[in-house]
Design a protein around this ligand. Sequence first.
Ligand code: HEC
Length: 198
Amino acid sequence: MPADFTLSDKNIAEVQKKMHNRDGMTTAHAMWPGNEFGSGKLKPDTHATACMKDCGPAPTITSELPGHARNVWGNLREQNRTVGPQRGADTSKPEGKLGDAAGPVKVVSPAGSDSPNSKAMALTQELGCTGCHNMEGKLVGPAFADVAKKYPGKAEYLEGKIRSGGSGIWGETPMPPQDAPAADIKTIAEWLAAGAGK
Ligand code: HEC
């Protein structure tokens, strides 16, 4: 259009006429069901069964921050909310271990890694505990390392406490009751009572 052209609702059709593929549109496919297919009666073919075979081991899904990009935009942790599952890593420090403030943003335990330690840690992420608990250092709730230090061998107590929640032991902030599968709570309680991997 000329440099002094002013677009309006009156002349927009003129502009549309200039579009390269103006007449190329087709509805002869189910992605955007047109009259050819009985208008909306067909579904796009997205339900096909995967025909892959002889695949390798199950993939591991992780999210990572490459070293060179770590602190380019400042400390990510300071730019995230202080509660909730996504709090960002403390990027002012070199990457630490899972559960540290400077640890990976999120680590999904590698496929096939089922040591009690990594299993319990993965569970604390899946169940959202890490929204309130760090491995080291108080967050909303006490650090798991401190809980483990306080209750060695007390798996049963911890199991009950995780299920019921409570307040007054580590501060005034209450922990809401955790509605998670009993077996998962047991795994975490036993992991804590055994020292949380320490
Ligand atoms: C909304 C925040 C929040 C979530 C989510 C949360 N906690 Fe807590 N948790 C707390 C707080 C706050 C305390 C401290 C309560 C107190 O002082 O008695 C606590 C305390 C604990 C304790 C110590 C209890 C005691 O008697 O000393 C354990 C164990 C624990 N949490 C495990 C878990 C596990 C496991 C999960 C996930 C299934 C979880 N928490 C999820 C906030 C949370």
